[in-house]
Design a protein around this ligand. Structure first.
Ligand code: AMP
Length: 217
């Protein structure tokens, strides 16, 4: 099963991707996590992408697609792509990379959320220094403040969660990523989930969509 999770920053697609990956035994491939890990680990890739991440700007398409090809498509038969593609050129590159292997996407799940809700959710994000898990101080707090539920490491404010950077990320999303909704709708791949509901309700709806895609296979 090859899936793409699409949605505004803050729509909760990363949380859903992690949960659904576990539930359906799929690889959770988040380009944001891959890039953040590269920055934290001091790899060459990290040095190249750091300024983009800190400024809330998109990493160039070709570089991002190469990273996805090498770290996901080459290795994993079943995956959820979380945060890729984010532009029309990336969507076309993904199609080419998959078609080149005689493969195709099974579905694109779109987590729909209004701008005001996205803005509210995006300020207040923290991330685990160790395992990269994301939390929100109000909407999805850890059991103990500042400590990761999963690995016990320290939670840090995300470098891209200031108001200014958040506004820029939302603008970038609206200009560059939102057109993918129509693109995948026309391709007959789009399934929409209302992301304004609680995480457990969104999980239930997402699970139903994935089950229906499995039945269609
Ligand atoms: P995320 O955790 O998905 O919000 O991603 C964090 C940051 O990583 C983004 O603000 C971008 O700088 C970079 N990034 C993640 N995915 C992509 C992508 N598909 N294309 C370009 N940049 C990306």
């Amino acid at each position: 099963m090859k899936l793409v999770f699409l949605g505004a920053p803050g729509a909760g697609k990363g949380t859903q991707a992690a949960e659904m990956a576990k539930r359906f035994d799929l690889e959770h491939a988040s380009t944001g996590d891959i890039f953040r890990r590269a920055v934290a680990g001091g790899a060459e890739l990290g040095a190249t992408v750091k300024s983009y991440l800190d400024g809330g700007r998109l990493v160039p398409d070709e570089l991002t697609a190469r990273v996805v090809d090498r770290m996901v498509l080459e290795k994993e038969p079943d995956f959820i792509l979380d945060g890729f593609p984010r532009t029309l050129p990336q969507a076309r590159l993904l199609e080419e990379m998959l078609n080149g292997r005689g493969e195709e996407l099974d579905g694109v799940i779109y987590f729909e959320l209004g701008r005001d809700d996205a803005l509210e959710r995006l300020t207040g994000r923290v991330v685990c220094r160790g395992c990269g898990r994301n939390y929100h101080v109000t909407f999805m707090p850890p059991a103990e403040e500042g400590v990761c539920d999963r690995c016990g490491d320290e939670l840090l404010v995300r470098s891209d969660s200031s108001r200014e950077v958040v506004e820029r990320r939302l603008r970038e999303y609206e200009q560059k990523t939102e057109p993918l909704v129509g693109y995948y709708e026309r391709a007959g791949l789009l399934k929409t989930v209302d992301a304004a509901r609680s995480p457990s309700e969104v999980s239930r709806a997402t699970e139903e969509v994935i089950k229906s895609l499995i039945n269609d296979e």
